[in-house]
Design a protein around this ligand. Structure first.
Ligand code: AMP
Ligand code: GLY
Length: 420
């Protein structure tokens, strides 16, 4: 099977790493990829949000299966374009990708499906939004409706913060994504992520994870794309996962099918858990980054079989072979991230890190320069390990971090603290 993965981050490196271990994979191309991915697969330059260009590339390169990493190509309809061309794709249609692309859409689906989530109201006028905030008071959550690269959510602790968020959104701070605003009840509890493969009808859970969104130790400082993650998430017990499937995921899939837009791909449900009861925070229509890295580390080669079964509508007969293991990934970022940071610093010591089914350094933002690896982004490396316990996975991951010689980088030393 000739496979194309779309994307360029640590998420796509980990998917490529898992796919490469499966003997079914004859050829793997990743577009655009990065310097780490280039060590295990062919990388190609391609505008991955241009469905026509991707379809043409698949034709030229005899691609049998496309795995879409990030949300942007899905929201742009690349999946539909490929399916029209008869190419097997892992990832939802543009219509089904609305579950991530529009918060208002997701809320409407939850209403129709009876899925527990925060109470909400939807506004296109700043005055009405302000009145709503004054009526309900803080804490309260203000969200830009559309895709805002993870930045369009303000969890306001005071009424003034919420009102300021309304001013910013209607002043265009988040571009078109902020022209519509969703205001939500603040939910208390512990957050965890639940990953479920879907083939339009069947839901197959493939793991749970928790990430650390704040840049600083003790979960302090500004929000980031994620500074580390671990799997499984102890707070998401089997009993709670079963409730989430019964009350949130399966009713969502049924409602999507009823509307004629069945969901196929991975559904990433962000859950808030309080007193053993899960409620939906948000859906994403792709794997989390860096959550994907710990899931792939645990699933290994079977990830390809499972994604293929989802794309072919065969999840009803698919099974996940679980090992009783744990994985952790520690993000190494360029100093300054999530603010301004420099690119181009040299990363040494990578060759001293073991690469096997228990240890992998996935590259998130790297480039090759004169035969060496240099930093080329904010989040740069995902140092990932697997073990019999979370403690063992952590010790292995930080032992690798200590071998990496990169003075211009930093990481959090406390990934997993909540679970440990
Ligand atoms: P979202 O992009 O919708 O996942 O929101 C980003 C983050 O904001 C979430 O991961 C939560 O930590 C937080 N958040 C979003 N909505 C709520 C809510 N209704 N109550 C509490 N926290 C929330
Ligand atoms: N790590 C959070 C996300 O991928 O959305």
């Amino acid at each position: 099977m000739n496979i194309l993965i779309l994307g360029s981050g640590g998420r796509e490196h980990s998917i490529a790493w898992a796919v490469m271990q499966n003997p079914k994979c004859d050829k793997l191309i990743v577009a655009p990829g990065n310097a780490g991915i280039a060590q295990i697969a062919e990388c190609a330059t391609l505008d991955i949000e241009d469905g026509g260009a991707v379809a043409g590339f698949c034709d030229t390169n005899a691609i049998d299966f496309v795995i879409v990493g990030p949300e942007a190509p899905l929201a742009a309809g690349v999946g539909d374009r490929l399916r029209d061309a008869g190419i097997l794709v892992f990832g939802p249609s543009k219509a089904a990708a609305e579950l991530e692309a529009s918060k208002r859409f997701t809320k409407a689906i939850c209403d129709a499906a009876g899925a527990p989530t925060a109470a909400y109201a939807h506004f296109t006028e700043a005055d009405a939004a302000r009145d709503h905030i004054r009526k309900h008071g803080a804490p309260i959550v203000v969200k830009a409706d559309g895709l805002a690269a993870g930045k369009g959510v303000i969890v306001a602790e005071t009424e003034d913060q919420a009102l300021a968020a309304i001013d910013d959104m209607f002043a265009g701070e988040f571009g078109a994504a902020g022209a519509e605003v969703v205001i939500e009840e603040f939910m208390r509890g512990e957050e965890a992520s639940f990953f479920v493969l879907c083939d339009g009808e069947t839901a197959l859970p493939i793991g749970t994870a928790q990430d650390h969104k704040r840049v600083g130790e003790g979960d302090t400082g500004p929000n980031t794309g994620g500074m580390g993650a671990y799997s499984p998430a102890p707070v998401l017990t089997d009993a709670i996962a079963e409730k989430a499937l019964d009350r949130i995921i399966r009713p969502t899939l049924a409602e999507m099918s009823r509307r004629g837009t069945p969901y196929q791909g991975v559904l990433y449900a962000g859950l808030m858990i309080e007193n053993g009861e899960p409620r939906l925070v948000e859906y994403n229509v792709r794997f989390g980054d860096p959550e994907c890295q710990v899931l792939m580390m645990r699933l290994g080669a079977q990830a390809l079989d499972l994604m293929q079964a989802a794309a072919e509508g065969r999840l009803g007969e698919a099974r996940v072979n679980w090992a009783d293991d744990h994985a952790m990934t520690v993000v190494m970022a360029a100093k300054g991230y999530p603010g301004a940071y420099e690119k181009g610093s040299l990363i040494k010591g990578l060759e001293d890190c073991a690469e096997d089914s228990f240890h992998m350094v996935f590259h998130a933002g790297t480039a090759q320069k004169d035969g060496q690896i240099v930093a080329a982004g904010g989040r740069v490396l995902n140092v990932t390990a697997r073990g019999a316990s979370l403690m063992q996975a952590r010790d292995r991951a930080y032992a690798m971090v200590d071998r990496i010689d990169w003075p211009e980088g930093f990481c959090r030393r406390d990934i997993g603290w909540r679970a440990l």
